[in-house]
Design a protein around this ligand. Structure first.
Ligand code: CDP
Length: 805
C-alpha cells in the first residue's frame, strides 16, 4: 500500500500547471545580463558585414566604385549586385509572392535600400569602408503617396513593366500590385443605399514599425570541410528560414542548421528574410569564415519591415434603432517598393476581412488594392495577427462615427449589435467562423467596473464647465471591443510560401522522471519556457520545474512555422497538450502492467495512475518513467517519448473590452490618461502573471502607435522619423497604470481551451486610446481625426474646431 501524503491539493500545487502564476524561468538569466543574443555570439575568425545604403528614395545607380573601400586595411570584400548575379541571388523571393532586390540592381527604390555589402575584419573598419564606396546616382521622380502612384506615369518596378498578372491576380496599373475582394459588393451596396442611416468615413492608419529592443541580425558560418551552413539569427520562424535558405542557395536542407538564440522582441519585425541574411551567407561561403551582420537602430527603423500604412474607406448602415445592416470597406494599401508583406499566401491583405469585428453584420464587402511606392518594403503584423489591428481600428472607428450619426451612446450601439452568446460558432459575413464568445457579459462587466454612467455624467459636466470658461481641459472616454483571430493555421487555408501552418512538439521523458520538450515555435520574450512546461505539467503529471522547454534550433526541434500572430498557444500549445496525451496513453499501459490490472482499470490523477476505486494503489509518473526505460514490459517498446504535429481545425477568437479615460489640455494638446481598464478573454488561462505581462506590453505598444509613433516620409521619400529622437517609444514616464480583468470563455476546439493573448491588448488598445481622444472632441463636432495623436495634432484638432478662439 502506498503513502497518500502529500494530499491531492499539494500534489496539484507542486506541479505548477495550468492556472498557476509561475515565475518566469527565463528571467534568472535575463535579469542577470546572461541572455545569449545574436551579438553575444562570437566564432573564431569571424568577419563583420555592413551595408552601403541609398540616400535617395528613387534613383538610377550609374556606377559603383569599390576600389577605395577595398584598399582600406582590414577590408576583405565588397559585394554588389554584380557579384550576386552569377549565383542568382541579386534578387530574392518575398513572403508575399513578389521578389526583392538583395543589392541595388540598376536602381534604388527607397531611402536606405541596400546597395553594397562590405565585409571587414571588424565592425569599425566595415563602417569606415562603407563611407569609401563611391556610388553615382541619377535621381528619379519620387512617389510616396499611393493614390498618386496609381495615377503616375512613373514606373517604379521596371522589372515588372508590362506584366499584367501579379502573384494575387490582375494588376490594373504599373504601380498596382493586386486587388483582393471578399464578400458581396453589389448586395452590400444595395443594403447601404437603402438604409435609414448611413455613416461614411475615410481613415489613415499610418505607417509605423515594430521597433524591437534588439534590431535584426545574423551570423552565417559555412564549414567547407563538412559542407554544413550554420545560421544564427533573430528569426521568428527558424524552420522557414532553413527551408528558404536551402531553396535559395541549393544547399541541401539537412546541411543547414538555423539557430534562433535569445531574441530581444520580435513583434513581426523578425519574420521576414532580409538582404543582410543573404549577404552574410554569401560572404561566409565566399570567404570560408563566419560573417556577422547586425543592423543599427536607424537601419532597423528605415529599412526592415514597416507595419500598417492602410488608407481605409468605410460605409456602414443601420436602422434608426441602431441595428447595423451592412458594411463596406475599401483599403488602399501602401506596400512600399516590394510586396514583402508577411501574410498567409491566400490572404494578401492578411485577415483584414475580420473587419466586421464583434458585431452581427448580415452583409459586408472588403476590397483591398495593394500599391507600390518609394518606401521601404515590409507590411508585417506588428503585434497583431495579419492586419487584425487595422481591421479592429477600422470597425471600432466606424462604430463611433455611426453613433454620432445616430446620436446614440457608443457603448449602447455596441451592445445592440454584439454577436450573441448563443450564435457561436458564428459565421461572419466575410468568411470566418468565430469559435466562442460571450461579449455581452464582458461588456457589462467592463462598463460596471469603470462606472460608465458616472463617467459620462462627469464628462457632460466638464463640457458645460468648458463652455462657461471654467476649465481648459476636456475629458474623453475611449471605448473598444475587439475580437482577435489568432492561431494560423489550419493548413488547408494557411500557408507561407507553400509551407502549411501547423506546429509541433516533441517530448522526451527521462528515466528519473524529468523531461525535455522541443517546439517549432520560438519565444522572443513571451515566456514559452515557463508556460509550455505548465501545459505539460498538467497533461503528464511531471512538475513544470522538472521540464526543460527548448525552441529555436532546427537541428533538434521538430518542424514548425514559428512564433508570430499569437499562434504559439493556439497551435504549438495544442501540439504540446496532444504530445503530452500520447505520453499519458503509453504511461497508462505501463502503469496497468506494474499494478497488475487491465489498462481500463487505471485512471490518471494529477501526477500518477491509480487503480479505479483504490486510491492507495498507484504508480507515480516518476515510477512509470523509470519502468519505461528499465523494465521489460511485454508488448511495449522501451522509452517514453512522443511527438505531435498539430493542424488546428480553426483559429481561436480571443476578445476583450477596454475603456480609457483621458484628460486633454486643449491649449497644449497634452494628454493625461487617468484610467485604463482592460478586460481580456483568452479562454483557459495558462499563466495569469504572464498574461498580465503580455497585456501591459501590448497596451504600451498600443499607446505608442495611437499617441505618437510613426514612420513619416517627406515628399522626397526621406524618412523623417529614423531615430529614437523622433520615433516615439514610450518609457515608464508616459505609461499609465493599467487595470486588468478577465472573463474565461474556452475555445471549444483547442485541447485545453486556450486562445492566444499576446497581441490582443495591442489590437484592442489602439482604437481605445484613439477613441478617447476623439470622444473628448465629439461634443464640439469632431467626427474623425487620424492617428497618431501627438500633442501637435491634438492642438491642431482643437484649433480646427475653434476651441482656441
Ligand atoms: O505566439 P505568442 O507566444 O506571441 O503569443 P501567445 O500564444 O498569445 O502567448 C503569449 C504568452 O502568454 C505565452 O507564454 C503563453 O503561454 C501565455 N498564454 C497564457 O498563459 N494563457 C493563454 N490563454 C494564452 C497565452
Amino acid at each position: 500500500m502506498n503513502d497518500l501524503t502529500p494530499d491531492r491539493d499539494e500534489r496539484v500545487a507542486n506541479l505548477k500547471g495550468l492556472g498557476c502564476s509561475r515565475k518566469r524561468v527565463e528571467d534568472a538569466r535575463f535579469t542577470q545580463g546572461k541572455g545569449n543574443y545574436i551579438d553575444d555570439i562570437s566564432l573564431p575568425g569571424m568577419l563583420h558585414g555592413d551595408f552601403v545604403r541609398s540616400p535617395y528614395a528613387h534613383a538610377r545607380v550609374k556606377s559603383i566604385n569599390t576600389d577605395a573601400a577595398m584598399a582600406l586595411d582590414g577590408v576583405i570584400a565588397v559585394l554588389t549586385a554584380k557579384d550576386l548575379e552569377p549565383l542568382s541571388l541579386h534578387w530574392m523571393p518575398t513572403l508575399a509572392g513578389d521578389k526583392q532586390m538583395v543589392l541595388a540592381d540598376g536602381k534604388v527604390l527607397f531611402q536606405g535600400q541596400e546597395v553594397a555589402f562590405v565585409v571587414a575584419r571588424d565592425r569599425y573598419i566595415a563602417a569606415d569602408a562603407v563611407d569609401l564606396v563611391e556610388v553615382e546616382y541619377e535621381e528619379l521622380p519620387v512617389l510616396v503617396d499611393p493614390f498618386e502612384a496609381l495615377k503616375s506615369e512613373v514606373v517604379l518596378r521596371e522589372d515588372l513593366d508590362g506584366q499584367t498578372e501579379g502573384a494575387h491576380g490582375p494588376r490594373k496599373h504599373h504601380n498596382h500590385i493586386f486587388t483582393w475582394e471578399v464578400g458581396d459588393e453589389a448586395g452590400t451596396n444595395a443594403v447601404i443605399d437603402d438604409a435609414d442611416v448611413v455613416a461614411e468615413e475615410t481613415m489613415y492608419y499610418h505607417r509605423t514599425h515594430p521597433c524591437p529592443l534588439e534590431p535584426c541580425g545574423c551570423l552565417a558560418s559555412m564549414d567547407k570541410v563538412n559542407g554544413k551552413l550554420t545560421l544564427y539569427g533573430t528569426f521568428q520562424a527558424p524552420h522557414v528560414v532553413r527551408t528558404v535558405a536551402s531553396l535559395l542557395s541549393g544547399i541541401e536542407e539537412h546541411n543547414i542548421r538555423v539557430v534562433s538564440p535569445d531574441i530581444g522582441g520580435g513583434f513581426g519585425n523578425k519574420v521576414g528574410v532580409y538582404p543582410g541574411y543573404v549577404c552574410s551567407i554569401v560572404a561566409s561561403i565566399v570567404t570560408g569564415v563566419p560573417v556577422k551582420w547586425v543592423e543599427d537602430r536607424m537601419e532597423n527603423l528605415m529599412t526592415t519591415a514597416f507595419a500598417r500604412d492602410y488608407w481605409m474607406k468605410g460605409r456602414i448602415s443601420a436602422t434608426r434603432e441602431g441595428k447595423i445592416t451592412g458594411l463596406h470597406c475599401h483599403v488602399t494599401a501602401d506596400h512600399g517598393a516590394f510586396d514583402a508583406c508577411a501574410d498567409p499566401t491566400k490572404f494578401p491583405a492578411g485577415f483584414m476581412n475580420i473587419c466586421t469585428g464583434s458585431y452581427d453584420i448580415p452583409i459586408a464587402y472588403l476590397g483591398v488594392d495593394g500599391v507600390y511606392t518609394n518606401k521601404a518594403p515590409g507590411g508585417v503584423s506588428y503585434r497583431c495577427s495579419f492586419r487584425v489591428t487595422e481591421a479592429v481600428y477600422f470597425i471600432e472607428r466606424m462604430i463611433e462615427v455611426l453613433a454620432i450619426e445616430l446620436n446614440m451612446d457608443a457603448a449602447e450601439l455596441r451592445r445592440i449589435n454584439f454577436i450573441r452568446k448563443e450564435q457561436f460558432p458564428y459565421q461572419s459575413a466575410l468568411g470566418w467562423e468565430y469559435d466562442s464568445g460571450d461579449y455581452h457579459t464582458a461588456w457589462d462587466k467592463a462598463l460596471a467596473a469603470v462606472d460608465y454612467e458616472g463617467l459620462r455624467k462627469e464628462q457632460a459636466e466638464r463640457v458645460e464647465a468648458f463652455k462657461r470658461g471654467e476649465t481648459r481641459t476636456l475629458m474623453g472616454i475611449g471605448l473598444s471591443f475587439f475580437t482577435e483571430i489568432v492561431g494560423a493555421g489550419p493548413v488547408k487555408n494557411c500557408d507561407i510560401l507553400g509551407m502549411g501552418m501547423f506546429d509541433s512538439c516533441e517530448i522526451r521523458i527521462h528515466p528519473t522522471g524529468s523531461a525535455i520538450a522541443r517546439l517549432g515555435t520560438i519565444s522572443q520574450g513571451q515566456g514559452h519556457a515557463t508556460t509550455f512546461a505548465q501545459i505539460l505539467a498538467s497533461e503528464i503529471g511531471i512538475p513544470a520545474d522538472s521540464i526543460t522547454i527548448e525552441e529555436g534550433d532546427t537541428d533538434t526541434a521538430p518542424y514548425g512555422l514559428g512564433t508570430y500572430g499569437s499562434r504559439s498557444t493556439p497551435v504549438a500549445g495544442a501540439a504540446t497538450a496532444m504530445a503530452g496525451r500520447k505520453i499519458r496513453a503509453k504511461a497508462q499501459m505501463i502503469a496497468a502492467y506494474l499494478l497488475e490490472v487491465h489498462d481500463d482499470d487505471v485512471e490518471f490523477d494529477v501526477d500518477r495512475f491509480v487503480v479505479k476505486g483504490a486510491p492507495e494503489r498507484f504508480k507515480t509518473m516518476g515510477e512509470i518513467a523509470y519502468a519505461a526505460y528499465n523494465q521489460a514490459i511485454p508488448g511495449v517498446e522501451p522509452g517514453l517519448e512522443a511527438v505531435s504535429y498539430y493542424d488546428p481545425p480553426n483559429m481561436t477568437y480571443p476578445f476583450g473590452a477596454y475603456v480609457c479615460v483621458m484628460d486633454i489640455d486643449v491649449d497644449t494638446g497634452v494628454t493625461d490618461i487617468r484610467r485604463f481598464y482592460a478586460l481580456d478573454d483568452c479562454g483557459t488561462r495558462i499563466n495569469p502573471m504572464v498574461i498580465e505581462g503580455q497585456i501591459h506590453g501590448g497596451l504600451t505598444e498600443a499607446l505608442a502607435v495611437a499617441m505618437g509613433q510613426e514612420i513619416a516620409y517627406d515628399d522626397m521619400g526621406n524618412v523623417k522619423t529614423g531615430t529614437l529622437m523622433d520615433f516615439f517609444l514610450p518609457t515608464a514616464w508616459e505609461v499609465p497604470n493599467y487595470e486588468t480583468d478577465h472573463t474565461v470563455t474556452p475555445s471549444p476546439h483547442h485541447p485545453i481551451g486556450a486562445k492566444g493573448v499576446g497581441e490582443s491588448p495591442h489590437v484592442g488598445g489602439v482604437p481605445c486610446f484613439s477613441n478617447a481622444v476623439q470622444d473628448a472632441f465629439r461634443p464640439f463636432g469632431l467626427r474623425h481625426t487620424n492617428m497618431p495623436h501627438d500633442h501637435w495634432r491634438i492642438w491642431k484638432t482643437a484649433n480646427g474646431l475653434g476651441l482656441h478662439d
